[in-house]
Write a protein that binds this ligand. Structure first.
Ligand code: PGA
Length: 253
């Protein structure tokens, strides 16, 4: 049975003290009322080492939001996968549309990042998703397939076991405009078929695929009720412990 996951993506929010306080609150809330799914919080680099100290890893796992496409050396300002791993983090988000769009991360760069993350023992939450124009032109399947082909479908079957996919239509991120549960289900079912074509049916059935984009307590239960939706990648609503918990609790309904 594939793992159900709710993962938070804090993006560039919270200073160190606020971040540690939020992580503590999430940890305490979930220790008191155990989740029915895996929970991961992905924080900015500077929070990782401190947040690692306050999390009970049986309840909440930790991830970064990015890592470098180079192993080590003279790359001022970059943070390597090995550095992320040394903080105690277990996951890294790669391929987020904000990284692709604002920091020009190409499929080739992302392919390097994925390789380095896996080589350093991190699991990867790999994001894909189309723009509004692409959806209106009915190109969403093509776009998502190209993103996966370009950066992760080169992996071995063994490496694939450490990949979680997240479908995040760009038009739904931070806009309050969620994909309908049918739209999300349709895409996730499609993704599962292309994973099956590449890695076989069993591997596809075991792959966790998340939906992301304006997921909140009020729509999570409907989204998570769909057979192919294995949880969510949560931006805005992961910054308030109560909202994040509300989404996690959708797995209990
Ligand atoms: P959102 O962001 O939940 O704020 O729409 C999701 C994401 O970008 O991962």
């Amino acid at each position: 049975m594939r793992k159900k996951i709710v993962a938070g993506n804090w993006k560039m929010n919270e200073n160190l003290q606020e971040g540690v306080a939020l992580a503590k609150e999430i940890n305490e809330t979930l220790k008191a009322d155990k989740p029915n799914c895996g929970v991961i919080i992905c924080t900015p680099f500077i929070h990782l080492a401190s947040v690692a100290q306050v999390l009970d890893r049986n309840v909440v796992e930790l991830g970064a939001e990015n890592c470098a496409d180079k192993e080590k050396g003279a790359y001022t300002g970059e943070v390597s996968a090995a550095m992320v791993k040394s903080t105690g983090a277990q996951y890294v988000i790669l391929g987020h549309s904000e990284r692709r769009q604002y920091y020009h991360e190409t499929p080739e760069i992302l392919k390097e990042k994925v390789q380095l993350a896996l080589a350093n023992g991190l699991k990867v939450i790999f994001c894909c998703g189309e723009t509004l124009d692409e959806r209106e032109a009915n190109k969403q399947n093509e776009v998502v397939k190209a993103e996966l082909d370009g950066s992760v479908f080169n992996l071995s079957a063994e490496e694939w076991k450490n990949i979680v996919l997240a479908y995040e239509p760009i038009w739904a991120i931070g806009t309050g405009k969620t994909a309908t549960s049918d739209q999300a289900e349709e895409m996730l079912a499609y993704i599962r078929t292309i994973v099956a074509d590449k890695y076989g049916k069993e591997a596809a059935e075991d792959t966790t695929i998340l939906y992301g984009g304006s997921c909140k307590p009020s729509n999570a239960a409907e989204l998570f009720a769909k057979p192919n939706i294995d949880g969510g990648l949560i931006g805005g609503a992961s910054l308030k412990a109560a909202d994040f918990k509300g989404i996690i609790d959708a797995w209990k309904k």
